[in-house]
Design a protein around this ligand. Structure first.
Ligand code: UDX
Length: 432
């Protein structure tokens, strides 16, 4: 079986590389010629631990190749994965499906033999029906089938999530496609992954419902953290105490800044848009979006309180600016709200991130990038631990700044609380 992956973004690249590592013959296609040229040279466009090594290994073994000739890649493959972006449309909550439809048309022009088209892009329920309609305008339905197979890869843990998934969801009512997909995933199933065959629409909705539920879990614990701060309760006790109930589960119960990234904000907006189209009120998810938008405002108010409302000319250092650790992704990171807001109020902001300089702050007055933690914190009045990189977990926090009475605001609760509380350091964290 030859696999073609259309779209070498996060999902496409990781899936393509991992499928080739399972022994399949994979071609990753993208219309971005620069990206393809770089990939051919082994230059990876994203920061994902372990990915670069796997690209090298599988290119060397001649199982993995890259091309900008999408038509040819489609013609030469039996299985085609759609992994293109579905960002939020401008001035709307809806997912922009233009890349999906362009790819579907490209596929329809290049089907000469039997093919399975598997959609991995996150799309609103009924999109695969539309893909099928587009292709069937040019191709006999007997020659192709469209399957939904959503991804559940977390940035920074994507390879691990691919190899050891909690579940593999395959949405199709066709026996033959289901058999082929099961066989494609058999190396993961034999290691314990659960394979679930659902309706195609069911698979599409499982993806959105999962992300919306995880976003709800995070917003829920963030709001409980607000109550903990008022009642002298430690949120970490609450998370552990709740999480041990198997009906609840401990994961995604870590309080912190507003959730961000390329999925949760976009997907919660898109499911609301879909529900509106089908005249359904998803009031809980609407509240989650509102709660998350409010989160950065709340944390900024707390910064203001910590600094006794004197933000002007205060030196504030951000340790970590990406939306989470082990990624260089800045999409919808809460630092994009917090840093400009503090700079506008007159703070002098420095930031250090293990993945380096961020163009997002390029034109921001009073915001500079530091090359290392030491320089970033040197004369800071306030150090904000924004992202939970391991690099920040074992800091010698007592001497981080040479300013007397400097303050640490640990937005990820990563420093040892009990130990710090016994010392003299001015330390604030989340939900305690
Ligand atoms: C997410 C989903 O987890 C993945 O299954 C999906 O397919 C793609 O979207 P990702 O966006 O890479 O993955 O990151 P994730 O680890 O889910 O974190 C998203 C946001 O939630 C981050 O801002 C993170 O800091 C935050 N988060 C996560 C918390 O604040 N608390 C938690 O307990 C977990």
């Amino acid at each position: 079986m030859k696999l073609c992956i259309i779209g070498t973004g996060y999902v496409g690249l990781v899936s393509g590389v991992c499928f080739s590592d399972l022994g399949n013959d994979v071609v990753c296609a993208d219309n971005n010629t620069d990206k393809i040229l770089n990939l051919k040279k082994g230059i990876i466009p994203i920061y994902e631990p372990g990915l670069s090594e796997l690209v090298k290994k599988n290119c060397k073994a001649k199982r993995l190749s890259f091309t900008s000739n999408i038509s040819e890649a489609i013609r030469e493959s039996n299985i085609i994965f759609l992994c293109v972006g579905t960002p939020t449309k401008k001035n709307s909550n809806a997912a922009d499906l233009s890349q999906i439809f362009i790819a579907a048309k490209e596929i329809s022009r290049n089907i000469k033999s039997s093919k399975i088209i598997i959609n991995k892009s996150t799309v609103p329920v009924t999109t695969c029906d539309q893909i099928e309609k587009i292709i069937s305008k040019k191709v006999n339905k007997k020659l192709f089938s469209v399957v939904s197979n959503p991804e559940f890869l977390r940035e920074g843990d994507a390879i691990r999530d691919f190899v050891y998934p909690d579940r593999i969801i395959v949405g199709t009512s066709e026996k033959k496609s289901n058999k082929i997909l099961r066989s494609l995933y058999s190396p993961l199933i034999s290691k314990g992954a659960k394979y679930i065959n659902t309706s195609r629409r069911g698979a599409e909705l499982i993806k959105y419902a999962s992300n919306a539920f995880l976003a709800t879990k995070i917003s829920f614990i963030n709001e409980i953290a607000n109550l903990c701060e008022k009642t002298d309760v430690n949120i970490e006790d609450v998370s552990i105490g709740m999480g041990l109930d198997k009906r609840i589960g401990g994961r995604f119960l870590r309080a912190g800044p507003a959730y961000g990234g390329s999925c949760f904000p976009k997907d919660t907006r898109a499911i609301i848009d879909t529900a509106n189209k089908f005249k359904t009120d998803l009031s809980i998810i609407k509240s989650v979006i509102k709660s998350n938008q409010n989160r950065s405002k709340l944390l900024l108010q707390r910064v203001s309180k910590i600094l006794k409302n004197k933000i002007k000319n205060k030196k504030i250092t951000f340790l970590g600016v990406t939306f989470k650790a082990n990624t260089n992704d800045m999409r919808e990171s809460s630092s994009l709200t917090m840093i400009p807001s503090l700079a506008k109020k007159g703070a002098i902001v420095k930031y250090y991130d293990p993945t380096g300089y961020k163009k997002e702050f390029e034109y921001q007055k009073n915001v500079t990038n530091s090359p290392n933690i030491k320089e970033a914190c040197l004369d800071a009045d306030l150090i904000i631990i924004h992202t939970e990189w391991n690099d920040f977990k074992s800091l010698n926090y007592n001497n981080l700044s040479n300013k007397k009475n400097f303050i640490i605001y640990d937005m990820r609760n990563i420093l040892p609380y009990d130990k710090i509380k016994k010392g003299k350091l001015k330390y604030f964290s989340i939900g305690r």
